[in-house]
Design a protein around this ligand. Sequence first.
Ligand SMILES: [Zn+2]
Length: 193
Amino acid sequence: MGKFSNYEYRNLPGFDMKTFAGANQAIPMKTLVIHCLDPRAVEIPQAVADYFGDEVYPGEIITDENGTRVGSTRTLFAATNAGGRAAFALASVAAMDYLFDVQKVVVVHHSFCGTTTLTPELMVEEFHDHHHADISTLFDHDSLAIMDFEESLNYDIKLLRSSPAVPKHVKLYGFFYEISSGKLTEVVRDIPA
Ligand SMILES: [Zn+2]
């Protein structure tokens, strides 16, 4: 047993990994929003929750009589990365599907994103020049820079739809977010029949 093993669900008395049916009773999570880690884009999850109208965000933490945090009322979760790219969030989609009943995955790209200052080639070259390391094959090349917002959003929704990590019934949405006005514009959606 490790120093922190008592904090692992799999080690709790009565917890059985084989029969664990997910955490939806503790947190009614249904929507995952993928967006950029830029601090100017921090209101994106709230904007998406307001857009759909049937989401709870940020919601409230639920504690038991001992003060242990056992859940939350939140329905919408956020996964951030540079650019808010789907390619870098696939493991989060699969993990959220294991734990919850994911119904929507939403990609939001924002105005004046840092990833519009470069090209994928430039990032790879400069990284090599500065650090003498080759990152050219580590990541999804086209996800390293946003060259055109409509293209990047369509690219990400197609990537999600074609990924085995995204269940086929999940509804997909792509939005452009303007960071100064907070305006959210739907650019693409892919709703399974
Ligand atoms: Zn950004």
